[in-house]
Design a protein around this ligand. Structure first.
Ligand code: SAM
Length: 269
């Protein structure tokens, strides 16, 4: 169950912030925030906030008169998030499940959620909660990854994990990319009563280093980090080499372009 919810350990939470946020989740957070078009003074909720990259972008945009709250069920993520609040700003961090938001009715103007919905076992309940806490005419902006066919590097990682550790690890790696159908995503929000529901396919192309250490460190921030750390060195090295050989392009190039793609949904209450 913990794995279904994509839970990482406390150590993995700080690795997530160090390895995955700069240049990757940060770039995706900018895409989300661009579509939210936050106004000074607005009240914003970041659901499944993780280490808080969306919330801290939001707090600078809504300014001192605004309110930003981040909710996540992983206390390790929230502890890490609290270390990165921009100087002079305040964000309230709350430990809770997305299906039971610790917030009053109509308490927010905007609900944001970056790469969280695919992990909620009860998606309809979580989306009903987003609807409940939004003020009339409030906005929601939510992203989920498209399928592995649009996210080449995690596809390579998933195949390597399945080969070297077993099918269940391949499936675990694929879980974030298993909610890639735009129609299903839109219907989830329409059924909860949202209107003007639009789903946009967005692609960003960060670079992926070919250095074995950089490839290996990508695993440090994943729920299976501890299992991988316990692999015998030779076995782990063989898995990394397998990944390196599957990365397309010229092996002597230091880095490769690694296209990633997500659906970003916007809607109104
Ligand atoms: C891939 S991370 C995304 C974190 C953050 N939004 C970001 O963009 O960096 C997924 C997050 O969803 C959280 N999560 C998973 N299931 C949840 C649930 N039912 N309620 C609240 N948070 C949940 C996890 O703890 C994790 O922090």
């Amino acid at each position: 169950m913990a794995q279904e919810r994509w839970q990482v350990s406390e150590a993995a939470a700080s690795n997530y912030e160090r390895v995955n946020v700069p240049g990757f989740f940060a770039a995706w957070a900018s895409e989300l925030l661009k579509r939210a078009a936050l106004q000074s003074g607005e009240r914003v909720l970041d659901v499944a906030c993780g280490t808080g990259i969306v919330a801290r972008g939001a707090v600078e945009q809504v300014g001192e008169g605004g309110v930003v709250t981040g909710v996540d069920l992983n206390v390790g993520m929230l502890t890490e998030a609290a270390k990165h609040v921009p100087a002079g700003f305040r964000i309230e961090w709350r430990e809770a499940d997305a299906t039971e938001l610790p917030c009053g009715d109509a308490a927010f103007d905007v609900v944001l959620c970056q790469q969280g919905v695919q992990f909620f076992p009860e998606k309809a309940l979580a989306v009903a909660e987003m609807h409940r806490v939004l003020a009339s005419d409030g906005r929601v902006v939510v992203s989920v990854w498209r399928g592995l066919e649009h996210n080449a590097f995690p596809a390579i990682q998933s195949e390597a994990l399945a080969r070297h550790l077993g099918a269940e690890f391949g499936t675990m790696m694929a879980a974030p990319f298993a909610y890639g159908d735009a129609g299903t995503f839109a219907a989830l929000f329409r059924s909860a009563g949202f209107r003007d529901v639009k789903v946009e396919a967005v692609e960003l192309t960060p670079t992926q280093s070919r250095e074995p250490e950089r490839v290996a460190e990508k695993f440090l921030a994943l729920p299976m980090a501890e299992t991988i750390a316990k692999m015998p060195d030779a076995a782990r090295q063989a898995m990394i080499e397998d990944i390196l050989s599957a990365i397309p392009g010229n092996p002597s190039d230091p880095a490769v372009l690694a296209p990633t793609s997500a659906h970003i949904l916007t809607a109104r209450r």
